[in-house]
Design a protein. Structure first.
Length: 121
């Protein structure tokens, strides 16, 4: 089963300068490579700052575009991993080792695989 590991942190509270950020990215790349070797990796990426977000939402039957994230929260979505795991227990063990999780929360969500949706190769 595929799981998405959503990495949340409070951008304002992150102890990130460029050196710490680049070290986290490098550590995440190594972790992704190790997951790939184990047949558990599907995809991963950090996200740009929430200040770059644009949201599209329905209002009175129309789609309205606004700057910023969908919701004001203490923690913002900063990146993700998509993994292949046999069950939730294995997904939890993988999530515990996500480098970005050292700075916030890693939410684990099983993916719904919809027939007819192309699969990335």
């Amino acid at each position: 089963m595929k799981y998405m590991l959503l990495i949340y942190a409070d951008e304002k509270e992150l102890p990130f300068d460029d050196g710490v950020r680049q070290a986290c990215y490098a550590e995440s790349a190594v972790y992704a490579q190790n997951l790939d070797k184990a047949g558990k990796f599907v995809a991963a990426s950090p996200l740009q700052s929430v200040s770059t977000a644009t949201s599209v939402r329905p209002v009175d039957g129309k789609r309205i575009v606004t700057d910023g994230p969908f919701a004001e929260t203490r923690e913002q979505l900063g990146g993700y991993f998509i993994i292949e795991a046999t069950d939730l227990d294995e997904a939890v063990e993988i999530a515990k080792k996500v480098p970005g999780g050292a700075f916030g929360t890693v939410e684990i969500r099983p993916l719904v695989e919809v027939e007819g949706v192309p699969v990335a190769t």
